[in-house]
Design a protein around this ligand. Sequence first.
Ligand SMILES: NC(=O)c1ccc[n+]([C@@H]2O[C@H](COP(=O)([O-])OP(=O)(O)OC[C@H]3O[C@@H](n4cnc5c(N)ncnc54)[C@H](OP(=O)(O)O)[C@@H]3O)[C@@H](O)[C@H]2O)c1
Length: 404
Amino acid sequence: MNTINVGILGLGTVGAGVLTILRQPHPDLAGLNFRVTRAAVRHVTAAREQKYPEIALTTEPQSIVTDPHIQVVVEVMGGVESTWPLLKTALTQGKHVITANKDLIAQHGDELSTIARAHSVALFYEAAVMGGVPILHTLTHTYANDRIHRLVGIANGTSNFILSQMHQAGRTYQEALTLAQQKGFAEADPINDVAGIDAAYKLTILARVAFGVHPSAQDINCQGIAGLSPTDFTAATHWYQVIKPLIVADQQQGSLALTVSPFAISQNHPLSRIDNENNGIVINSVNFQEMLLAGPGAGALPTAGSVIADLATVGHAIQAQRVPVFAPLIAVGPSLLPPEAYRAQRFLAWQGSTLPDTLPVIDRQISANGIIYALTQSVSVAEVRLWQEKYPTQLLRQFPVLSD
Ligand SMILES: NC(=O)c1ccc[n+]([C@@H]2O[C@H](COP(=O)([O-])OP(=O)(O)OC[C@H]3O[C@@H](n4cnc5c(N)ncnc54)[C@H](OP(=O)(O)O)[C@@H]3O)[C@@H](O)[C@H]2O)c1
């Protein structure tokens, strides 16, 4: 049986996890005869060379993507500016590409997919969305003959960890963030995670695969979690709600609305029980109705496991002399709702002794520290922006409530 030569770009958390799994005996993988011949890192050290004696290490990733003996390139080094040209070269040279790089796929996935199709090679990226949760495979295989009308997910483990700690242990935002950093769930500069940027990349990829749309950052209502207070969680409990960092793709007014935000959700919602660094997604569709997928959204082995699943798919296709295809469910999707038109009930925290009569409030309570919490009727983002302009000091926080 022919060997399949693999080159890996990056031997950090995920890259080392990939090699760990490939070294374990496994009947399916053994049958595929993968051989990792080369790997690119920034630092080639003696310790690394001893750890991977069978792999030629290089600091020149370009030499791997142009190596005529390599059939599959696994990109787990991260970054966009450096990896984009590398993967274009790999695909153009007829190599299958597997990547865990959400930033790259969100920003350049369409172009890279076009190149992959033109050269009859695979571009797979299961690990780029929710790490170890097999959402892309499930969407493209299990849902191939179904019609999805809504996706609601927790796709950023850092934000979920922070909000879970604020809810369950009463920590402040800063305390919860510091704990996340101590445990390795948040980076020293957490902006991508807490501002919703990472989640927006994942929503971009999911919306493309599930709904056939091609959103840019301007198409997504994106609100981060910084500034939430532990009293927000107590107030939410009064309405049998919890606050979760969600990505939501749902249909409104005949268009698709894309939102990344903390949301107040019912305590009965399946995602209310997905805590700490875990990820989860609820898919609503015609045939399967409601399905929850949940699991580790990051980490060496879960993420590497998704890379390996893609690698096995590619390996089987190479053996069968087929082109491995990754097809979105819908070729041409619906229009995208302008972000300011998105409508939802709002959960708001108000500094002051009374709420203005102009706010369409349906229920209110006063917290122990004198903040008024209120639930409003469904309003558009444009209306909320007017409130923010009119009441810049009184309107402390507001975010949407997830509808049933
Ligand atoms: N970590 C996770 O749980 C997770 C989950 C889902 C997706 N991802 C994605 O997976 C990718 C890798 O993440 P990671 O956590 O494994 O990153 P990491 O631990 O920082 O590893 C990056 C690796 O790439 C190498 N590298 C970086 N730039 C390079 C360059 N210009 N030339 C050669 N080698 C280079 C580094 O070499 P040195 O070791 O020599 O510095 C390192 O081995 C990212 O796109 C990330 O978003 C990660």
